[in-house]
Structure formats: structure tokens, C-alpha cells
Design a protein around this ligand. Structure first.
Ligand SMILES: [Zn+2]
Length: 130
């Protein structure tokens, strides 16, 4: 049998779904767009989350694109070869020290990696820089 607190919790979760649906309906009727209403709610939620947990890591970190000229300069320096396995296929420029750890889009922090090596590296810090 469900305890009183479990029941209350379940009822609260139901209520939250109703509130969310109501908020979405209201915003959709104001902006005539369900997708815009949804993006607004996502924005409100992420702003509120930042207020509540200011030190939390932002997992939806957006990468800033590396300028084309810089990318080409890195490829040139690395002779269009993956710096891990030497492949010249599916090359991409990778941050040795990831952006989310404060790594900059500068020559000495960038390296050429193939897709396979880049995926296996992920967002790990790749060796000492600076
Ligand atoms: Zn490789």
C-alpha cells in the first residue's frame, strides 16, 4: 500500500504536469506558436536553474565555432594529419584543453584529429598546454 507521502508526491507530480500544460497553452495562445512557447519555457527554466544552482556545470554548453582561417592554419601546421593516429580522413580541429574547461581557440590549444580519435577523446583534457 502506498504511504501518505508517496501519495502526496504522486499527486504533486500530476499537478506539476497540469501546470506545465496550462503554461504551455497560455503562452501558445499569446504567441500563436507552440514551438515558441516551448522555447520560452525552456529559457525560463534554464534561467531559474542558473539562479538556484549558480555553480552547476552547464551540460548544454554551446561551442563557439573556430574561425575558418584559424582552422585552416591548424590543418596546415599539422600537415592535414590526425595528431593521434596519422589518418588524413574526416579531419576536424579539436581543443586540447576543452572549451568548457576554459580552453581557448588559439593555435597552441588546437590540434588536428580525425573523427574517430576526436570522438574517443570526447571533452577530456588532452595533455599539458601552457
Ligand atoms: Zn585519428
Amino acid at each position: 500500500m502506498a504511504s501518505w507521502s508517496q501519495e502526496r508526491r504522486a499527486r504533486y507530480q500530476e499537478q506539476r504536469k497540469i501546470w506545465a500544460a496550462d503554461a504551455l497553452d497560455t503562452l501558445t495562445s499569446i504567441y500563436y506558436s507552440a514551438s515558441y512557447a516551448e522555447s520560452l519555457i525552456c529559457h525560463f527554466v534554464s534561467e531559474r536553474r542558473k539562479q538556484i544552482y549558480p555553480d552547476a556545470i552547464n551540460h548544454r554548453y554551446k561551442k563557439t565555432p573556430i574561425p575558418r582561417t584559424l582552422r585552416i592554419a591548424v590543418f596546415e601546421r599539422d600537415a592535414y594529419r590526425c595528431q593521434r593516429c596519422g589518418s588524413w580522413k574526416q579531419l576536424a580541429v579539436d581543443h586540447r584543453k576543452p572549451e568548457r574547461l576554459g580552453g581557448l581557440a588559439a593555435m597552441d590549444n588546437l590540434q588536428t584529429l580525425c573523427r574517430t580519435c576526436n570522438l574517443s577523446k570526447g571533452t577530456k583534457y588532452d595533455g599539458p598546454v601552457q
